[in-house]
Design a protein around this ligand. Structure first.
Ligand SMILES: C[S@@+](CC[C@H](N)C(=O)[O-])C[C@H]1O[C@@H](n2cnc3c(N)ncnc32)[C@H](O)[C@@H]1O
Length: 321
């Protein structure tokens, strides 16, 4: 039964793939002059890495960037503005398994890939990451695109305080659970939101989308991930998720265009269990909500790890992308 659900979804939605990795490639290229020093450090430190040579594979380029940042932190910062510092265990962040973590490579590649495809990856932009946690995407985008002025906001005060103290390449501020943000109208060129609209209850999602529209200038972009059919397919891989649950989700997507289950996440804000949870959309419903303020510049189903879709929306009322 679950196999059938997966193959039905694949027939409709296809298999997503991130085909370019501009952030890893660019940062590895900038750090390349440090390769001899990184290799010399490898012989003095216990690390999982062998000396780096050609950097021919994506994996080797990613590892090289992490090794350079950890082994030569000052030189890596001076060259790229990458930071080796990691939030401690009691500070919110999503990826925790990698001891050499230096920020959210995957989301940064995904956002730049999507913006490039839409020809919106211009220099000198003011960009906000809404729901930034402790700044894992902000710090990576700041390293990649030095001309951007990067801001992050989140309701988790401890995560924002940590980012403000340890990530000098971004500016961070606290946001409330309900709009408005502490920003002027039309003050931003771009907004990113990774795994945030996948959690808002639909009425809250709409209020927050109106708020993003308010703070973006006309022609400004909103790169947002959301859950749709690919999320159901992704859930189906989990042996603990029963076919009946998936069927219930598909039924409510067909009937109302959304499936919402309130969840109180450990480590996130404790007062959000009414408006916050797992929110999955039929894509028509999601874009129906966006059309009130935005045109759709790009749509990348399942691009966020095969789990969530990526939409690049452009604030109506100004120049075209
Ligand atoms: C799943 S995490 C994703 C964090 C980050 N964007 C990432 O991809 O690593 C969701 C984030 O959205 C924040 N958030 C934003 N708006 C929220 C709201 N209205 N209620 C609760 N949490 C919210 C949470 O505090 C949390 O940091």
């Amino acid at each position: 039964m679950k196999d059938q659900i997966v193959s039905n979804i694949e027939a409709v939605a296809g298999k997503p793939l991130l085909t370019t990795h501009p952030v890893i490639d660019t940062l590895a290229g900038r750090l390349r002059p440090l390769a001899a020093r990184v290799n010399a450090e490898l012989s003095r430190n216990r690390t999982p890495w062998q000396p780096f040579a050609e950097l021919a594979s994506l994996d080797s380029r990613r590892s090289f960037v992490k090794a350079a940042t950890h082994l030569l932190p000052q030189a890596a910062f001076d060259t790229t503005r990458l930071l080796a510092v990691q939030p401690p265990d009691d500070i919110h962040r999503m990826q925790r398994s990698d001891p050499y973590w230096i920020g959210d490579f995957f989301s940064a590649n995904m956002i730049v890939h999507a913006l490039r495809a839409c020809r919106l990856d211009r220099p000198d932009q003011t960009v906000l990451d809404i729901g930034c946690s402790s700044g894992s995407l902000v710090r990576m985008l700041a390293a990649y695109e030095g001309s951007w002025s990067l801001h992050g906001c989140d309701p988790i005060a401890s995560a924002i305080d940590w980012a403000q103290a340890h990530v000098p390449t971004g500016r961070f501020f606290h946001m409330n659970l309900k709009p408005p943000l502490d920003l002027d109208d039309a003050s931003l060129d771009g907004v990113t939101a990774i795994s945030v609209w996948s959690h808002h209850r639909p009425d809250a999602a709409e209020l927050w989308m109106a708020e993003v529209a308010r703070v973006l200038r006309p022609g400004g972009w909103f790169a947002v991930t959301f859950s749709s059919l690919h999320h159901v397919r992704w859930l189906a891989r989990n042996p603990r998720v029963r076919a009946a649950e998936l069927e219930a989700m598909l039924r409510s997507l067909a009937q109302s265009g959304n499936h919402f289950v309130p969840v109180r996440y450990k480590g996130e804000d404790a007062d959000t269990d009414v408006d916050w949870g797992q929110s999955c959309y039929a894509r028509e419903r999601f874009f129906g909500m966006a059309y009130a303020w935005f045109d759709v510049a790009g749509y990348f189903p399942g691009l966020n790890q095969g789990n969530q879709d990526v939409a690049v929306l452009v604030r109506r009322g100004g120049g075209q992308p």
